[in-house]
Ligand binder design. Structure first.
Ligand code: 6PG
Length: 242
């Protein structure tokens, strides 16, 4: 495991998005080269949308053999796939519609189902893709909430301490809604974990999480044998000490 995360700050969000898209394309190609296919767990929220849009355009679109890429999600809101809050809908509009990828490679969380059923089915899908072995995603994209959550691992929720299941559903009091999320054992097993955070509103939490302060779920993201990158714009990096 890399003892320390690699932190890169960018003057503009656009520069970050371009760098992130290029990094993801390279990592996917490495996975395809080494294992014949590659797997990525996509983050929800608003920050990654621009990265997905760039991945779905040139030069990155033609750099990746998307037929060999398997797309998963780090978490999902318990809404239908066409709902405005759906992480799937966001990624479908930004990326999926632009890439030639078999339907079987799109491992959507079926969040329109009862949450416990959706979580069970998603875990079965993950176990099946990884052939029963421990899931090791080539790329794990994560966002950062101002409260230190990541994926749908929110402070004070039981899923944060889940060590057996790869996927769980969880009630999130601040939204008065349930969500479905990968758990830390899966997140931390990934080859490359990439946090994306932009904006002044993320500066304090990014500083604290990177410094290991507080007991935030995002601070529990510690890759086992993989690497951890933070891609920040200057605003989100503005409170980091050297
Ligand atoms: C979600 C994400 C969540 C997100 C953070 C940051 O489903 O919303 O998984 O963890 O990454 O809340 O969201 P923003 O990128 O919108 O700031």
């Amino acid at each position: 495991m890399s003892e320390n995360p690699i932190i890169k700050a960018f003057t503009t969000v656009e520069e970050l998005q371009k760098y992130a898209a290029g990094m993801i394309a390279r990592l996917l190609n490495e996975g395809i080269g080494e294992r014949g296919n590659a797997s990525i767990a996509l983050s929800g929220g608003s920050t990654p949308k621009g990265v997905y849009q760039r991945l779905g355009g040139e030069p990155f679109l033609s750099q990746v053999d998307w037929m060999r890429v398997h797309l998963f999600w780090g978490d999902e809101r318990c809404v239908p796939p066409d709902h405005r809050d759906s992480n799937f809908r966001m990624t479908d509009e930004a990326l999926l519609r632009k890439i030639h990828v078999p339907a079987a490679n799109i491992h959507r969380i079926r969040a329109e189902l009862p949450p416990a059923d959706a979580a069970t089915l998603y875990e079965e899908d993950i176990r099946s893709y990884f052939g029963g072995a421990r899931p090791v995603f080539d790329v794990m994209l994560l966002g950062l909430g101002e409260d230190g959550h990541t994926a749908s691992l929110f402070p004070g929720t039981s899923i944060v301490s889940e060590q057996a299941r790869y996927v769980a559903d969880v009630f999130v009091p601040e939204f008065n809604a349930r969500r479905i999320s990968l758990t830390l054992p899966v997140i931390n097993a990934a080859r490359m974990i990439i946090f994306l955070a932009t904006g002044n509103n993320k500066a304090a939490i990014a500083r604290d999480v990177i410094a290991g302060k507080g007991n935030y779920p995002a601070g529990l993201v510690k890759p086992g044998t993989g690497m951890l990158f933070w891609l920040l714009d200057d605003a989100a990096a503005s409170l980091l000490t050297a």
